[in-house]
Design a protein around this ligand. Structure first.
Ligand SMILES: [Zn+2]
Length: 139
């Protein structure tokens, strides 16, 4: 795991979530580097937001803002969206977190993580349905 030393100058409230997010990437990259971007970023953001309520609050707001500006998504975020400019990336991290958190809410953490790290097309279709339900239900 490598964290840009410049990040250590970030405000305290940002350093902890950043390091935790990147630590999750170290684990997922070690398991299989070819997971879909929404799984990689959604898991990292889910763990970071679970430990830092301010991240959860910001992510929830980003997802609501996305829905208000663009309407309901039709699919999970794709790789191109995660490669966009940093401001847009933040939004897609938040949307991926909605998908991962909904899988965890429906299956429990262990079963959801097992499914996400061995994702098959049928699983992705199920998570897409859950994700769209969760996006619709955001308050
Ligand atoms: Zn990330």
């Amino acid at each position: 795991m490598v964290v840009n030393p410049a990040a250590l100058d970030y405000p305290d409230a940002e350093v902890g979530p950043l390091v935790l997010h990147e630590a999750v990437h170290a684990v997922t990259n070690a398991c299989a580097p070819s997971y879909p971007s929404w799984v990689v970023e959604g898991l990292a953001e889910s763990v970071a937001s679970g430990a830092y309520p301010s991240v959860a609050k910001d992510d929830d707001q980003a997802a609501r803002d996305y829905r208000a500006a663009h309407g309901m998504p039709e699919r999970l975020p794709d790789a191109a969206e995660f490669a966009a400019d940093p401001d847009s990336q933040r939004t897609f991290y938040a949307l991926a977190r909605v998908a991962v958190n909904e899988a965890i809410a429906r299956l429990g953490e262990g079963a959801a993580v097992r499914m996400l790290v061995s994702l098959e097309a049928a699983d992705e279709a199920r998570v897409t349905t859950w994700y769209l339900d969760a996006m619709r239900a955001l308050k």
